[in-house]
Design a protein around this ligand. Structure first.
Ligand code: NAP
Length: 251
């Protein structure tokens, strides 16, 4: 039996984050759906509520320290102390190294690394007080290196080190930290990549599927299932791990 907790999922207005939010709500948790703009959270919030769950939408830029502090305080106020955190918000600013601008670099580091740091620092205060917590960070197979993604692959590799350090520091308070490294998942993010390289999304998916041992591309539910496991009560002895969810071996 799952004990209901308060969970924050960042970047949950759409894509993988929206699916994780709905999955955790279905398991009985109260969900704070964080996205850049509050209005972009309404579809996820409404889906949760119409399925009988409890959710609020909060607009916050995860790379902005004061916005993060205010968002976490509001969640604690309206839903109770947040003890589950999924650092999912992400952006792409792909380019080959020689064309990558300072802004492309800083924007990606800001959302993925600074964002996960600020959110985790704010939420751990509640987790330590409650002596229970779960942090799940979204890494990527790109952490192993990917052409055109010097910024993104660095951030996603960095998140793996961040995860292991959180596991070491917070374990004594009943808090686990794990990372999921998805392979190719069909979302707006991969659709945007297909558009950028000028390939119809269906062809892009079919081409990607040929390279994947299980013969298909991933869907957000594949990632939500992995997140649900890390967050479950029974995963309390699993911490500091990176799980590649990519339809085949990766590291
Ligand atoms: P997505 O569809 O682009 O969704 C990302 C969400 O993050 C959007 O709702 C976006 O808001 C939000 N966001 C961006 N910057 C933010 C900020 N500063 N503060 C708060 N929210 C912010 O992406 P996805 O494909 O679901 O990816 C989710 C996570 O999985 C990301 O960390 C991504 O790097 C990782 N991942 C994805 C794949 C894949 O194949 N899709 C593979 C490996 C890893 P806006 O709508 O306002 O932009």
């Amino acid at each position: 039996m799952t004990e209901p907790r308060t969970a924050i999922v960042t970047g949950a207005g759409r894509g993988i984050g929206a699916e994780i939010a709905q999955r955790l709500a279905a398991e009985g948790h109260r969900i704070a759906v964080i996205d850049l703009r509050e209005e972009d959270t309404s579809a996820t919030v409404e889906a949760i509520i119409s399925a009988g769950g409890e959710a609020i939408g909060v607009g916050a830029d995860v790379s902005d320290s004061s916005a993060v502090e205010a968002a976490v305080a509001r969640v604690a106020d309206e839903l109770g102390a947040p003890t589950i955190l999924v650092n999912n918000a992400g952006i792409l600013r792909d380019n080959l190294l020689f064309k990558m601008t300072d802004t492309d670099w800083d924007a990606v580091m800001g959302v993925h690394l600074r964002g996960a740091f600020l959110m985790s620092r704010a939420v751990q205060a509640h987790q330590v007080e409650q002596k229970w917590g779960r942090i799940v960070n979204l890494s990527s197979t790109s952490a192993l290196g990917n052409r055109g993604q010097a910024n993104y692959s660095t951030a996603k590799a960095g998140l793996q080190g961040f995860t292991k350090t959180l596991a070491i520091e917070l374990g004594r308070y009943g808090v686990t930290a794990n990372a999921i490294a998805p392979g190719f998942i069909a979302t707006d993010m991969t659709r945007a990549t297909a558009e950028r390289v000028g390939v119809p999304f269906e062809d892009f998916l079919a081409h990607a599927a040929k390279e994947i041992p299980v013969g298909r591309t991933g869907v957000p539910a594949d990632i939500a299932a992995a997140a649900a496991f890390f967050i479950s009560e029974e995963a309390s002895f699993v911490s500091g791990q990176v799980l590649y969810v990519a339809g085949g071996p990766k590291d």
